[in-house]
Structure formats: C-alpha cells, structure tokens
Design a protein around this ligand. Structure first.
Ligand code: HEC
Length: 129
C-alpha cells in the first residue's frame, strides 16, 4: 500500500521541483538582465579632487555626455563608466584608455585639451560615476 502511494506521488513531486528550479532560473536571468547600475557616489561625499574633477567635467565634457545615465547625448552617457566591463567601443574602461580617448579623441569624439592636473582630477571624478 505504502509503496503504491509513493510511486504515485513521486513523479508529481519531481515535476514540481523542476518547475520551481525553472522559475528560479528564469527569475535569476531576468534580474541579471535588468540589473541596475552600481550607484554613483553622491556629490556631498566627494573628495576635493573629485569635486575639482566634477568641475572639469562640467567645463569640458558635460555638453556631450550625461554623467548620471548611460543614455546618449552627443556621446554615450558615462554613468558607471569605470565599473563596466567595457566602454561602448568595447575597450576596457581603464584610466589609460579613458585618458587616450580624452587626449586623442575616439571615433566621432574630438580630442579635448586638458592639463595634467585637470586630467587627474577628471579621472578621479569619473571613478565616482
Ligand atoms: C563635442 C562632443 C564631445 C565632448 C566635448 C566630449 N565627448 Fe566623449 N564622446 C563623444 C562622442 C560622439 C563619443 C562616441 C565616439 C564614437 O564611438 O565614435 C564619445 C565617446 C566617449 C567615451 C567612450 C569611448 C569608448 O571607448 O567607447 C568616453 C569615455 C568619453 N567620450 C569621455 C569623454 C570625456 C571624459 C570628455 C571630457 C573631457 C568628453 N568625452 C568630451 C563626444 C564628446
């Protein structure tokens, strides 16, 4: 009697487990797809260097790039730029590559002339995005 019972119930249980595992997997995939960007550092917590970098950004970059979203203006939005695996071009967002983009331009972006100090401050700021 007991044997028959367990035979009847087991296929159902296995199917339910499979469905639960499937939904968890799906939920995980969906979450991954809509994963929000890591938060930017609030301006109120900026170091002096980051604050100076923010001013450099306003003066030289803001007319073409939003810092608070990845939506494009004239160029791509730069939120979380240094926390991404790759920049829109596919290049890794290292300080060296970003410096190269700024000083020598990239594709449609013209070179931007900034002093060494401004560049260092700007990079510090870009890391807060
Ligand atoms: C006149 C508009 C303009 C200005 C000013 C400008 N950019 Fe850009 N930027 C662009 C455009 C357009 C692109 C896209 C280039 C392409 O992929 O062809 C771009 C791309 C980039 C990229 C992505 C590069 C990649 O490899 O995908 C970074 C990072 C960037 N800009 C940073 C900056 C910074 C920092 C400043 C300020 C020093 C700045 N830009 C100033 C227009 C501008």
């Amino acid at each position: 009697m007991r044997k028959t019972y367990s035979r009847q119930i087991q296929p159902g249980l296995a199917f339910r487990n499979f469905r639960i595992a499937g939904s968890l997997l799906l939920a995980g995939l969906l979450l991954q797809g809509c994963k929000p960007l890591p938060p930017s550092k609030p301006a109120s917590e900026f170091t002096q260097q980051e604050a100076r970098g923010s001013a450099v950004f306003q003066a030289h970059c803001a007319r073409c790039h939003y810092p608070t979203t990845t939506q494009g203006l004239h160029g791509p939005g730069l939120q979380a730029l240094t926390k991404m695996k790759a920049m829109p071009s596919g290049a890794p967002p290292t300080d060296a590559r970003i410096t190269q983009t700024i000083l020598y331009g990239h594709g449609m972006m013209q070179p931007v002339a900034v002093s060494d100090t401004d560049l260092r401050d700007l990079l510090a700021y870009l890391h807060t995005l």
